[in-house]
Ligand binder design. Structure first.
Ligand code: ATP
Length: 449
């Protein structure tokens, strides 16, 4: 079995243009990343598969896109100004800062093989609370009154729009509001590639339910979200559900389950599903003076409970790269391959003329490329030896490659090569588009153990 380390994932991402360290020509920006072409395509796929499951395929969830900078009172009401903190310790010797609750995962500034506090030179301060929200100023005046925050979660933008959606989208509980967008957290110790970054794209859905049904819906969403990962090919052996104990739960939560993935750093939170009760709507009702409740027929009137599945594209992106990464030896040559679900793969098919100098082959391949790109992201490649071109496509996870060769010029058939099995078959060139459509719609399971 391939040993998948974070270094291998970072190196492949870099080598194939999925992800670059940000501001690299200025020395980088510590744990901040930019996405290249294939990274953007893969992120787009993850986002749209989530949106599809949440909104497109359901009648009871609507979409929202709220602002990143909200009225700062939102964050007072939500508890973030007072309590969105992590415990921080400083080392007076090496001047580094660490999360007090994660010392066992951090390295001493002077002796990286040791944990902070483990050497005689370490001189750690007591832990103090550090607020993770990024502060900014809005407008030209720089004083207290202009202080605002970059949102640390997208959820609050949903709660403050509860009344708008209830009225205008004509919904009644159970119904949900889904939102995707950037969130910002001034993490004390970001790291492990994209797993913990300061700027990430969150996908959150707040599902409003009658209080008596909250527990049932909470269980429903834990299972639904778990199954979503299986549907897109993540191995079940690499996933688990972990319910928080009472001491671990956030102040607002009356039940939280993490869907964890076995990342190279160990089992860690991929997605969280929380029963937030009526905490948020009640807080915003008190702070804003606007009643956020559901008023039904007769004397029916209540503050809905909220079930929230929350995840970042970054954590899914890393989990899927780790899950897909594979190395094998084929015909005495090493092959690295990303066994991504076809729906997640950045490029769906490659179109390759076997001999790039052969004008007829190029023309046929170009024609096929033009036809296929109308529906899918496909790639034409005539650079270099065919073996090298296949390997490039393997490393970016392209599930199928169509090759135009000598026989194509005789009988108008092409070979199709399957990324996972390496099986090849011949197809009439005119039938490729339909074949690809059907192949992409087939259920897919990873051949990885
Ligand atoms: P952690 O305990 O790992 O800091 P959290 O419990 O604070 O995470 P939540 O507030 O529940 O995280 O955020 C919901 C989801 O947002 C997480 O499950 C994760 O997928 C994602 N997320 C949170 N913080 C980050 C981050 N710094 N970088 C990338 N994704 C993040």
């Amino acid at each position: 079995m391939t040993d998948v380390t974070m270094d291998k994932i970072v190196s492949l991402s870099r080598r194939r243009g999925f992800v670059f360290p940000s501001s690299e020509i200025y020395g980088g920006m510590g744990s901040t990343y930019d996405y290249g072409h294939y990274g953007v395509l893969m992120k787009n796929n993850i986002r749209s598969l989530w949106f599809r499951a949440m909104v497109q395929e359901r009648d009871d969830i609507v979409a929202l896109d709220s602002a990143i900078i909200l009225n700062p009172r939102v964050w007072e009401a939500s508890g973030h100004v007072g309590g969105f903190t992590d415990p921080l310790v400083d080392c007076r010797t090496c001047k580094l800062r660490f999360r007090a609750d994660q010392l066992d995962q951090s390295s001493c500034g002077r002796k990286p093989s040791k944990r902070p506090g483990e050497t005689a030179d370490c001189d750690l301060t007591d832990a103090r609370q550090f607020n993770l929200m990024f502060k900014t100023q809005v407008g030209a005046l720089e004083d207290e009154s202009s202080t605002a925050y970059l949102r640390p979660e997208t959820a609050q933008g949903i709660f403050v729009n509860f009344k708008n959606v209830l009225q205008l989208a004509r919904r009644k509980p159970p119904f949900g509001i889904a939102q995707v967008g950037k969130s910002f957290r001034n993490e004390i110790t970001p790291g492990n590639f994209l797993f913990r970054v300061r700027e990430f794209e969150q996908m959150e859905m707040e599902f409003f339910v009658p209080p008596a049904d909250a527990e049932r819906w909470y269980r429903y969403w834990v299972d639904a979200r778990f199954d979503w990962y299986l549907k897109y090919g993540v191995r079940e052996s690499m996933l688990r559900k972990r319910e928080h104990g009472e001491e671990e739960r956030s102040h607002y939560s009356s039940g939280t389950t993490d869907i964890e993935y076995l990342y190279p750093i160990g089992w860690s939170e991929l997605e969280g599903v929380a029963n937030r009760g009526d905490f948020d709507l009640t807080q915003h009702t008190q702070h804003s003076g606007t009643k956020l409740e559901f008023v039904g027929e007769g004397d029916e009137r209540y503050t809905p409970y909220v079930i929230e599945p929350a995840v970042s594209i970054e954590r899914i992106f890393v989990a899927m790269l780790v899950d897909g990464y594979d190395e094998e030896v084929v015909a005495e040559r090493d092959r690295t391959v990303l066994r991504l679900h076809p729906a997640v793969a950045p490029v769906k098919a490659a179109i390759l003329p076997l001999i790039p100098k052969n004008g007829e082959m190029v023309e046929k391949a170009r024609g096929l490329h033009e036809e296929l790109r109308k529906k899918h992201v496909v790639e034409y490649d005539d650079g270099g030896q065919i073996g090298r071109r296949y390997r490039r496509q393997d490393e970016i996870g392209t599930p199928f490659a169509f090759t135009v060769d000598d026989q194509t010029l005789e009988d108008d058939t092409v070979t199709v090569r399957d990324r996972d099995s390496l099986a090849q078959e011949r197809l009439p060139i005119g039938g490729v588009a339909a074949w690809l459509e059907e192949a992409l719609a087939r259920p897919w399971r990873t051949p990885k153990a």
